[in-house]
Design a binder for this molecule. Sequence first.
Ligand SMILES: C[S@@+](CC[C@H](N)C(=O)[O-])C[C@H]1O[C@@H](n2cnc3c(N)ncnc32)[C@H](O)[C@@H]1O
Length: 293
Amino acid sequence: MSTSALLRKIKLQEAATEQKIINFYDEATEDYLYWSKSHNMHFGYYIPFKNTFLKRDTMINEMNKQVFKRLSFSKKNSLIIDLGCGIGGTMNYGLLKYPYTSIVGATLSQRQVELGNQFLKDKNGVIIEADFRDLPIKSSSSDGAYAIESFCHVGHSNAALAEAYRILKPGASLVIADAFLRKEPEELCSVSYYCYEQLCKGWSVQGLRSIYDLKNALYKTGFSEVKIENISWKVAPSVLHVPFAILGFILKKLIKKENIKSQSWSNLKGSLFALLSGLHFTDFGYYIITAKK
Ligand SMILES: C[S@@+](CC[C@H](N)C(=O)[O-])C[C@H]1O[C@@H](n2cnc3c(N)ncnc32)[C@H](O)[C@@H]1O
């Protein structure tokens, strides 16, 4: 890696320190309720004639469905771990669909722990404040784990993959749904790199890993049967909701005469640049990755 590429990488890492991620989610989490009434903080998965393109939450919940489908766990007495769980939208989906399963979610944000546990009360799930790179969970104890748009905060790091591997039972699966680069950051054109940098800064993301690099890293960690699915076109319809969601959010704040907090502006900026990055199909892609321990 060249010196300038290394410097740019370090700068992005500084824009997404643990404290910055915590500040971002402690303050901006409630904005996401505008994005998804079902407490989800990710993009959707569109299946023509099945989901309604105009109804964002149907696509968002389809993403949850697709992730659980790939976990392939026994539906009785299983323990599933949500690595970077937000306010429990995906956990709630899983707990309703598989009532004999327990789900533990980890997040860095205390605010998300409060809101999420309130949302999940009376269900078989709990959210803990913990770093998914160092979980208070026994080795080889989980029947499945998933990470939806969360590992990007640590650049899909080897430490995150290794910790997921440690907690899984042999034969259990890790499912990741997230955006990745289709080339190394230094190979992006200047427009793509600018969008990428602004997305990372806005959303406190350390960086998106190249999908090819991630595949190698999963095998190196010990995972097998790594399956990579490019679902960019299925995610695109929900990404197209971004400008309307941003406008609606700002209008709502103006009408209610509420201030837009600084982390909310960062969130809006991250969302806008995610949309612009998404238009560069040769540089960015959205993937579901399944890997077995
Ligand atoms: C965009 S939100 C996605 C939340 C959830 N997966 C969803 O799709 O609704 C990213 C989540 O990752 C969490 N996160 C980021 N870095 C983390 C870390 N090192 N350990 C635990 N959680 C982390 C954040 O706290 C936040 O809950």
